[in-house]
Design a protein around this ligand. Structure first.
Ligand SMILES: [Zn+2]
Length: 375
């Protein structure tokens, strides 16, 4: 099942299945237990599942846990894969991913980024400062890229180790997020209002490259693609609808055509656009802690999966296991039938392990009964 020989190139500990703590407890309880892959894909298809999928996003926390700097996690897919697999084995959640940082595409478009040992990288200079700079964007061949190719390669060891047992999530930036990363968020918001042609010209290239990259990750073994489009939460509903949504629709339908469902992740408060997000064609929508979950479910109906949503900072990082459990139970009660449990965004570095255990299907879980409620 596990092919670690090629992964633990820098790790003294060789992981063995008998040392793993995460996978078993909740999943072995019944005869018709499903694995994470089946659980998530059945949920998306509207079929019954044995328990609620648990789908947290780990990045810097995993690097820390496995003893690597975040810098190495971002820049070397072998390190990333090892960190991801070890974190999943510890907590038993249902989906593993190659999400790492927002700069992979931006790096390959030619922006200079300073990667730090800890914390997200720093853009030294934005690539686009005016509409004329759109000519700097070019259509890329994934095999000729650097950091985009590295992520596609990162899917391969995850697939070799757990394909068919866990869902494997590829990742890329959505049109608004990538435009904002290329221009800075502040400039992107101004351009979205005043230079819509610039936005559309840029997205014509951004989305074509994203489609190719999504395909490359699916070919490498990803069975779902996550799309982070964070800056979209800062737009008015009208701007989101007129500018961003058509590009998201184009991207998502191409990912569908390549054989994978889409998980749309827009951090922050999306109460004002969540109904439009549901029109994007995404199969699952992540909702952060400030989003009104019952209202969202009412607005978007029962057919789209919602993944969320307790506060990753106040509750998960700084709260107690009991507080995590209480918030997770509330989320499960409010999320409807098609619901996956996660903190609203990334698990913050230095989050206590007991707080993560509290909501994950592993030893120390405080919500096993709620996760297993009939679906
Ligand atoms: Zn987020």
């Amino acid at each position: 099942m596990i092919g670690f020989e090629d992964l633990c190139f820098n790790c003294a500990v060789v992981l063995r299945p008998d040392k793993m703590r995460g996978d078993s407890l909740l999943n072995a309880a019944s005869d018709n237990a499903m694995n994470g892959y089946q659980r998530i894909h059945r949920l998306l298809e509207g079929k019954p599942v044995d328990r609620i999928p648990v789908v947290p996003i780990f990045m810097a926390w995993s690097a820390e846990y496995a003893g690597f700097t975040y810098r190495r996690f971002q820049l070397d897919h072998r390190v990333m894969a090892e960190c991801v697999l070890r974190t999943q084995e510890r907590f038993g959640f249902d989906q593993i991913s190659v999400i790492s940082d927002p700069y992979r595409e931006t790096h390959d478009y030619g922006a200079r980024i300073e990667y730090r040992d800890h914390g997200v990288g720093k853009m030294i200079e934005p690539l686009m400062a005016s509409p004329a700079d759109v000519r700097k964007l070019r259509r890329m061949k994934i095999e000729e890229t650097t950091r985009m190719l590295d992520r596609a390669k990162g899917v391969e060891p995850l697939a070799r180790a757990r394909k068919g047992e866990l869902s494997i999530l590829g990742w890329l930036e959505g049109p608004m997020a990538e435009f904002a990363t290329l221009c800075t968020t502040e400039a992107a918001l101004v351009f979205a209002l005043t230079e819509p042609e610039f936005f559309n010209d840029a997205c014509a290239v951004i989305v074509d490259n994203a489609i190719e990259w999504g395909r490359a990750q699916i070919e490498a073994g990803a069975d779902m693609i996550g799309v982070g489009d964070a800056a979209a939460s800062l737009l008015s509903p009208q701007l989101y609808r007129d500018l961003v949504l058509p590009w998201e629709k184009k991207l998502f339908s191409a990912i569908h055509a390549a054989g994978a469902p889409v998980r749309l992740h827009i951090c922050g408060n999306v109460n004002h656009i969540v109904e439009d997000m549901a029109a994007s064609g995404a199969d699952a929508i992540d909702v952060d802690w400030m989003v009104d979950l019952p209202r969202t479910r009412r607005l978007i109906g029962p057919d789209i999966a919602l993944f969320g949503q307790f506060d990753p900072s106040a509750v998960l990082r700084w709260g107690t296991p009991q507080a995590v459990a209480a918030h997770a139970r509330k989320n499960i009660a409010e999320g409807g039938a098609k619901f996956g449990l996660m903190p609203g965004c990334e698990v913050p570095p230095q989050t206590p392990e007991a707080n993560i255990e509290a909501f994950c299907p592993c030893e120390g879980c405080l919500i096993a009964d709620a996760l297993a409620r009939p679906h």
